[in-house]
Write a protein that binds this ligand. Structure first.
Ligand SMILES: [Zn+2]
Length: 470
């Protein structure tokens, strides 16, 4: 019902063209791609290979370089028209050991991971009384006298949601907790892991990093360990804790964004860009984050590349470098293309695990929205409904939003994603092959029909002008 309504609106806004934007032949190809993706296991083979032969691939590590090699070889083997790399340079960080122990009033060793860019403590660690805060806001409002010479513990718990919205609400404790605690004279930071599991795994992750801001040694502890610490804090006795971190920040490393293209037959200069990030955290094997995304977009493009027909526009797969430690690959990509955003039909990144996609949302011009509605009709058999008229395109493409790039989000069920995210437990068995194939099918339909669409989606000035008059 919703679709019919949008098509009717489209007729009024954009003329008869929008009512049937795709030829029967293009729709038949979309259906063929959808069924081929659902029937195959090409995506699963890709993520199995990446997680097995490469494994964890922290940006700037030796495995990062091997992953770039792996991706280039994979794309070349698949017969893409063009395969190339572009550099991205960034500071990086290496984990040594980490240890968190409650020393009084009862002794407990806690399951711990240091946070990205945590500096090292002196050997033997730092020991101090704990100052506990409800969340980042409470720490920000705290009198420095409550914080100075203490180890700060931020206890906020991430809420489980299908959309993953709980992550955004909780993650500030991790991304800026250490710098806020440092300004108030704290000695170290301990956070409850930003994750939803009640299993005893700690979740690492990024802290916002600028070379001129002082960070404290910072660690995340598992949810059950955070519960334990809270119970002790509720007692009358002061709680003392010891934190030890050994880690090293590296000033500069250059990795590569990896590109593969199916060159369009009609409008080769116009580009549909689908992406994922190739790097991962250094724990687990980066299966759901973001081996799944690598597999989904690669398999979608591989199936399109196998067709007898070329798409009208070019389709580009981009595997970004160094997403986890600060979107460095995405930022390098946009820096090289600020003036060319109007050449992008749209961008879409898969970076939310392998849960089923349930909605398509898009940031496109008013005139192009009926085309998105028509694409959704071909996604309907996959259980994907029409979503919002806004989209970010995913983390690596997000730096391009301010240049008005059109973006599409295939929104995935993230109910369980944050049980495993950034933990040693992010491994291949967490991926359900059928759900991965459903995503590959959705990306194949989206990329194909996006490349065949009768109109541009409005990247560049059109979107910015329409947004400014909203
Ligand atoms: Zn990711």
């Amino acid at each position: 019902m919703k679709c019919t309504l949008w098509l009717a609106v489209g007729l009024l806004v954009a003329g008869p063209l929008a009512a049937e934007p795709f030829s029967e032949e293009d729709l038949a190809v979309a259906r063929e791609l959808r069924e081929a993706a659902l029937a195959g296991d090409g995506g699963y083979e890709i993520v199995a290979d990446l997680t097995t032969r490469i494994g964890p691939r922290l940006a700037g590590s030796e495995a990062d370089a091997r992953a770039v090699e792996w991706a280039v070889q994979m794309f070349e083997g698949m017969g893409f028209d063009r395969v190339w790399t572009e550099p991205a340079t960034f500071p990086t960080w290496h984990r040594g050991l980490e240890r968190t122990e409650i020393v009084s009033p009862a002794r407990h060793e806690l399951v711990t991971l240091a946070l990205g860019f945590s500096p090292a403590t002196p050997k033997g660690g730092i020991e101090a009384e704990v100052a506990m805060f409800e969340d980042l806001a409470a720490l920000q409002e705290a009198d420095p006298a409550e914080v100075a010479d203490r180890i700060v513990f931020i206890r906020n718990r991430m809420e489980r949601t299908r959309t993953g919205a709980g992550y955004g609400r909780a993650v500030g404790a991790r991304s800026v907790g250490s710098r806020v605690a440092a300004e108030k004279g704290a000695l170290a930071l301990v956070i409850r892991s930003i994750g939803t599991s009640n299993n005893r795994f700690a979740h690492t992750g990024m802290q916002r990093f600028d070379s001129d801001v002082r960070l404290l040694p910072a660690v995340a502890i598992s949810n059950p360990d955070a519960d334990l610490l809270e119970r002790l804090m509720a007692g009358d006795e002061p709680v003392r804790i010891q934190v030890e971190v050994d880690a090293e920040t590296v000033e500069s490393y250059t990795s590569q964004n990896v590109f593969a293209e199916i060159t369009g037959s009609g409008k080769p200069g116009e580009i549909v860009a689908i992406g994922a990030h190739l790097d991962s955290w250094d724990v687990g094997t980066g299966a759901i984050d973001d081996g799944a995304g690598v597999a989904i977009v690669t398999e979608a493009a591989r199936l399109i590349g196998n067709l007898d027909r070329r798409p009208d526009r070019s389709i580009r797969v981009i595997l970004f470098a160094a997403e986890e430690i600060g979107l460095w690959g995405g930022r390098a990509w946009v820096r090289a293309r600020e003036a060319q955003m109007d050449k992008y039909q749209f961008v879409a990144e898969s970076d939310f695990g392998a849960g089923r996609a349930y909605a398509i949302s898009a940031r496109v011009s008013d005139a192009a929205w009926p085309v998105i509605a028509a694409i959704q009709e071909e996604l309907e058999p996959l259980g994907i409904e029409l979503g919002e008229r806004s989209a970010s395109g995913g983390p690596d493409f997000s730096p391009a939003l301010r240049y008005g790039v059109a973006a599409v989000d295939l929104e995935q069920d993230g109910t369980e994603y944050f049980d495993y995210h950034h933990t040693v437990n992010d491994t291949l068995d967490k991926i359900e092959p059928d759900a991965l194939a459903q995503n590959a099918a959705a990306y194949a339909v989206l990329a194909w029909l996006g490349a065949q669409a009768p109109m541009g989606f409005g990247s560049g000035r059109t979107i910015l002008e329409e947004e400014s008059t909203d």
